[in-house]
Design a binder for this molecule. Structure first.
Ligand SMILES: Nc1ncnc2c1ncn2[C@@H]1O[C@H](COP(=O)(O)OP(=O)(O)OP(=O)(O)O)[C@@H](O)[C@H]1O
Ligand SMILES: [Mg+2]
Length: 407
């Protein structure tokens, strides 16, 4: 996956913000240098999905113009982009084929065939407007020997695979691609589900080996990616995020949305305490907004609890509730809410930490950029640290997008 040039561009098209970055890694092992970074308030998006492609395209265009101005004479041509929204789901599938060579050793061709089998089986369970974005092998089985990762050359009669496919609702994927292409991008190099991009920027191979969950709390969605034995074992996007906390606070306090946002970031830790008193913030030189923290606590706590309840439900589905040895890593702008780490620990009954963005100068703590950094790392062909991403010829989405958009 290493790219011939080492300047990579990425767009994180989110419900709260549309962000873009151009970055470069001069030498292997060095930190990534951010050449330009831009962010605009999002519009035309709802819960991670493009609702109005023209409006989103306009916003992306603003971001691209700013980036292009700063990286001259370089010009952005291809971009790595994310995809979010609750339509992104993961589906298990199984494939089985007879090992075809006369010497009964598994060939790369057998690997391709068994993967196609698994994909066909997964597609059979999808509706006609859903498609597979990418497929991740969890284990290969040669005859009765299970739990294998590298099977080429092994001797046997039957090859099987257990795989996890990440799927999307095609009309939403198409609308996203439409918005990006209309903004003046020449080529979409890759479409990566947001939680996987965040995971790439934040998780270590050791965490993925032991068992860990990445939770990316965005504005209107919360992404979840769970790993074990270095494999992706579950992925989901929940339709609730930090902007819902703000909106609930605004309603409870009858405050303007901008005032509620300021209250959330300034007094957010109150949500997790029981300090009930009158607080005030200055809106401008003349005006002060006085509010009752009790109302704010009630509104905020209910929403954050809802988010972690939904996460627990997802973990329960795969038998991992309270059962992830490497714990939980929080990401996304919503992870900046003061006090959320301790609250997550008690709600999930797991070790919880905020993520630290690896290998980027100056962005380590800024979790709003975890998706963007993950996309850049994908472009540099780095940060996977396992056999789960872009491996074994899995995934046909790149070709598919090219077919549609390149004449
Ligand atoms: N210091 C802070 N304290 C509390 N919340 C914060 C802070 N900074 C940012 N946020 C929240 O983070 C959210 C934006 O996060 P992010 O940029 O990850 O969202 P997004 O990627 O645009 O949305 P999504 O992933 O849901 O499509 C906003 O709702 C904002 O209120
Ligand atoms: Mg996001």
């Amino acid at each position: 996956m290493a790219r011939t040039h080492n300047i990579v561009s990425a767009l994180d098209i989110g419900s709260g913000y549309i962000k873009g970055m151009v970055a470069q890694r001069k030498r292997e092992g060095e930190k990534v240098a951010v050449l330009s970074i831009a962010s605009v308030l999002s519009d035309g998006m709802k819960r991670g999905v493009v609702i109005d492609a023209d409006v989103v395209s306009d916003k992306i265009n603003h971001v691209l113009t700013k980036l292009n101005n700063e990286v001259r004479p370089h010009r952005i041509k291809d971009v790595f982009i994310n995809i979010g929204g609750a339509h992104i789901i993961s589906e298990h599938g199984h494939g089985a084929v007879a090992i075809s060579r006369a010497d009964q050793r598994v060939s790369p061709d057998d690997m391709d065939r068994v993967t196609e089998e698994a994909k066909t089986n997964i597609l059979a369970n999808l509706t006609s407007n859903q498609e597979i974005l990418d497929t991740f092998p969890k284990e290969f089985i040669v005859d009765s020997e299970a739990g294998l990762k590298d099977v080429v050359g092994m001797k046997g009669i039957k090859l099987e695979v257990n795989a996890l496919a990440v799927c999307a609702f095609s009309p939403y994927l198409n609308k996203l691609v439409e918005a990006v292409m209309a903004a003046g991008v020449e080529r979409i190099a890759e479409v990566i589900p947001s939680p996987l991009a965040s995971a790439r920027a934040l998780l270590t191979p050791q965490q993925k080996e032991l068992g860990t969950a990445l939770i990316d709390i965005g504005a209107e969605t919360t992404g979840l990616a769970v790993f074990e034995d270095r494999n992706l074992i579950h992925l989901a996007v929940l339709p609730v995020g930090s902007a819902h906390i703000t909106r609930d606070i605004a309603i409870a306090l009858q405050a303007d949305i901008n005032v509620a946002e300021e209250i959330k970031s300034k007094f957010g830790s109150y949500i997790f305490q029981n300090k009930t008193k009158k607080e005030k913030i200055s809106i401008n030189k003349e005006e002060e907004f006085v509010f009752d923290t009790k109302k704010m606590i009630k509104a905020g706590r209910a929403r954050v609890t809802e988010i972690f309840d939904l996460i627990n439900k997802e973990l329960k589905k795969i038998g991992k509730q309270k059962a992830l040895p490497a714990g939980v890593i929080l990401a996304g702008g919503g992870a900046k809410l003061p006090g959320i780490v301790n609250f997550a620990k008690s709600e999930l009954e797991l070790p919880v930490r905020k993520g630290v963005i690896k290998n980027f100068f100056g962005l380590e703590e800024n979790l709003s950029y975890s998706v963007l950094c993950g996309l850049i790392l994908s472009g540099l062909g780095e940060g996977g640290g396992d056999n789960s991403f872009f491996s074994n010829g899995f995934g046909s989405k790149i070709k598919k997008l090219f077919r549609v958009f390149i004449p």
